[in-house]
Write a protein that binds this ligand. Sequence first.
Ligand SMILES: [Zn+2]
Length: 261
Amino acid sequence: MATAYNYLLIDTETFKKIKEKFPDFVEFSKTVEVIPWQEEFNVADRNPELLEELKFWNSLLESKLITPEEYNKNTKHIKQAKYISRTEGLAIIEDNVVSFRDKNPSTYVVIHEIGHCYFKEPDTIWNATYGGGEYLFWLTIEKNLKVNENTIKYYHKLLKDAIDNNTKAVETEILSKLSKLELDIYPHIGTYMLMAGTIPHTLSKLPIDIETEIFINLNSNKWQDIKVEKEDIISFFLNTLEGVRWNDPFYKEYFEAIFLK
Ligand SMILES: [Zn+2]
């Protein structure tokens, strides 16, 4: 039986790094069967993943998390999809079976499909395009982070809770972890974001006088009335991962406090 492990081995440099950070993931790949690409898989070219992705960008645009320009930039490939894009791989998550269209799929495609089977998560949670666990996976390799499979599972759990609107639970958990940093600010996702120079989504909806006060005074008691929304949490996570990637000093600290301590 051809297994996904055989495909992982092809890129020896990357394989070494992946094995060091995610040994259990690599071991698991030996149980993932690779079946030949079949005609009916092409149906996926109509592309559920892209539709999901489009929904994602639509929601960011609606919540004013991104500008129309950013929206157009990020959805360009989706609108062109029927001409240039295609599904490169497929995972049957429950059966630990994957298939690759190309005989020599890139390591990204191989990891993506194994990851679906290993973590048992859909694209909304795993796909790097949405800032899912896959993003953290590659960030770990790129930045040599002390992250393992459990870190990614934990991140998935937080993301899922946020997406399912359990925002209060995620917020409480994140704030308790961030409190270790002992920053002199009102404990709120929004104050941590502002501290790092990013503007929380919620603020754009407030009356201007309140907005100004809490914007300037990160210790203001008015922060207690500012409700955290799902979009704030997801945006906080995206900013945190991006911050680690670009060596932002604040977000790096947040990342460590939440995921590594
Ligand atoms: Zn996928």
